[in-house]
Design a protein around this ligand. Structure first.
Ligand SMILES: *Cc1c(COP(=O)(O)O)cnc(C)c1O
Length: 387
């Protein structure tokens, strides 16, 4: 079976993990800080907080921005449930912005309309969580501009998008994670993502106060930093719990693997682009839509999503390809149509573009070690299945 995604673990990664196992520190040792520094350096952000998953990173990001009961948080319906759940964890209300049918990211015009409406009704969101779907960056400069007018904060869910960049209006490429147009960016290191630490995630920011909060929420609300304490103690052992935090720590095994993985990040992303080129060449004569690339955007190509012209094709082609040994998948079932969210009052029809997209989408295998033969096999099978 050719899966839709697959991690790449090298001898280097294994050696790094073994070194940690032989060392004195399995967790809270030197590797986590080292990994945080590597990620910060790579994306060009001042601070990083590594945690045990992107889900945890999204949760503490909401907490660090003060999301609480009564607040509104908006995100895309075309995402993994974690992008919405993080708001619910904080007791906030969630709402969605429908997607653009070219990029499958939140649609800017819909966002503007929704903000206007929310302003009139005094229900403006405290935080918006744009999701860089499949690795294609959202229009961050526009969203940032809107955040100044409507006074919301921004957490980028870049679980798909480490290694992606966008053009900041004629200037140099802007790396996802640099937080040039957001408060926080979150990455996932789950094995299906661009680089992996088995489980893991990170939150990057340029704001020192936000970073302090992220670190405190990661470690049970406890700090050893005298400047962040309520009581001033001179005792060396003294620590203080100042918030209700969690144990969301990344361990040193994960971080050591991450340090090696990030060295190969650019290689991985260019391999993904090569595969995308091969797919494009092999599939562009078929009666299907191929991923649209926004001009000036550089996707990390976490997913390669084809969309059919009509809804009846998806299930048929999915089944045919699965039978041929190709582990195609569908990303995503719109979050608002999940039973949990329907109980909150959301319905089919609320975000029609995301629903329409979902019924026509299929993710083809996409990972750096997918061989040329396998790519050709996928192309052949897709062509055959469409006949
Ligand atoms: C994978 C993913 C997450 C969750 O990541 P974990 O590290 O598994 O918690 C969140 N959002 C998106 C868009 C994802 O793809």
């Amino acid at each position: 079976m050719i899966p839709y995604a697959k991690q790449n673990i090298t001898e280097d990664d294994i050696e790094a993990a073994v070194d940690v196992l032989k060392s004195d520190w399995l967790t809270q040792g030197p590797s986590v800080q080292k990994f945080e520094q590597r990620v910060s350096d790579y994306v060009g952000a001042k601070y990083s907080t590594a945690v045990n998953s992107a889900t945890s990173a999204l949760h503490i990001s909401c907490l660090a921005l003060g999301v609480q009961k009564g607040d509104w948080v908006w995100t895309s319906p075309n995402t993994f449930v974690a992008s919405a759940n993080c708001a619910i964890y904080c007791g906030a209300n969630i709402d969605f912005i429908d997607i653009n049918l070219k990029t499958f990211n939140i649609d800017i015009q819909s966002l503007v309309k929704k903000l206007e409406y929310a302003k009139k009704n005094k229900i403006l969101p405290k935080v918006i969580i744009p999701v860089h779907f499949s690795g294609q960056p959202c229009d961050m400069s526009k969203i940032h501009e809107l955040s100044k007018i409507y006074k919301f904060k921004i957490i980028e869910d870049a679980s798909h998008a480490i290694g992606a960049k966008y053009n900041d209006i004629g200037k140099k490429f802007c790396k996802i994670g640099s937080c040039k147009h957001s408060d926080i960016t979150v990455f996932s290191f789950h094995p299906v993502k661009i680089i992996t630490t088995a489980e893991g995630g990170i939150a990057t920011t340029n704001n020192k106060e936000i970073n302090n909060k992220l670190k405190i929420f990661r470690t049970n609300g406890v700090t050893r930093d005298k400047k962040l304490m309520v009581n001033k103690s001179k005792e060396k052992w003294y620590y203080e719990q100042v918030e209700l935090g969690y144990n969301y720590r990344m361990n040193d095994l994960q971080a050591a693997i991450g340090c090696k993985q990030i060295e190969r990040l650019d290689k991985y992303v260019s391999a993904r682009h090569k595969i995308a080129d091969t797919y494009k060449e092999g599939l562009n004569k078929l009666d299907i839509n191929l991923p649209y690339q926004e001009r000036g955007n550089f996707s990390s190509f976490h997913l390669y999503v084809i969309t059919f012209k009509n809804e009846s094709s998806q299930k048929i082609i999915y089944n045919k390809l699965q039978k041929l040994g190709i582990g195609v998948n569908v990303h995503y079932i719109p979050v608002h149509t999940q039973p949990y969210y329907k109980k909150m009052g959301f319905r089919f029809g609320d975000f029609p573009k995301s629903e329409n997209y979902y019924k026509r989408a299929l993710s083809l295998p996409m990972y750096p070690t997918l061989s040329k033969n396998e790519q050709d096999y996928v192309i052949d099978c897709v062509a055959k299945s469409l006949k």
